[in-house]
Design a protein around this ligand. Structure first.
Ligand SMILES: [Ca+2]
Length: 155
């Protein structure tokens, strides 16, 4: 019996030691999902170490596949050869982040939105506090024609 208790204690201890720190984990950010909660509470000025990967499209390919001007698909950096989401005024209000590229990995904490891109660290804007949410930047009303996802690994 004492041996069993020792084993149980040892396994409980290893679980506690092996438990991830609060910001560790993997979040899948689908291009059709809009804002995706990470479950990570953050405050302004905090830096989160991450790696990002994946490919996402924000419009039908190849309907808008015009190399060098509008490519529709990208990694987390976004469609950097194209326009910013907010550059088309009639729809700018529907951008998750207006001053970020289509397809760029973007963040939101409470009401503060910000561009992230392909980075190794996410810096939370000053004054923001709450759960970090992530999205593939696009018009919130035109997610149906999107595809793919980014994987964000918090270290
Ligand atoms: Ca779209």
């Amino acid at each position: 019996m004492r041996r069993l208790i020792a084993i149980l204690l040892a396994s409980a201890l290893s679980i506690a030691i092996g438990a991830p720190v609060s910001a560790a984990g993997v979040v899948l950010v689908s291009a059709t999902a809009g804002w995706v909660g990470t479950g990570i509470e953050v405050t302004g000025g905090q830096t989160l170490n991450v790696s990002t990967q994946g490919f996402a499209t924000t419009a039908k390919v190849p309907a808008f596949l015009i190399p060098g001007s509008f490519i529709s698909g990208s990694g987390p950096a976004g469609q950097t050869t194209g326009a910013l989401c907010g550059d088309y005024p009639p729809l700018a209000e529907f951008c998750f982040v207006a001053d970020a590229y289509y397809g760029e990995l973007v963040g939101r904490v409470d009401d503060t939105t910000f561009a992230i891109g392909a980075t190794t660290h996410i810096v939370i804007p000053a004054g923001a506090s709450g759960e970090l949410e992530l999205a593939v930047n696009d018009y919130s009303i035109f997610l149906d024609d999107n595809n793919g996802a980014y994987t964000v690994i918090f270290r």
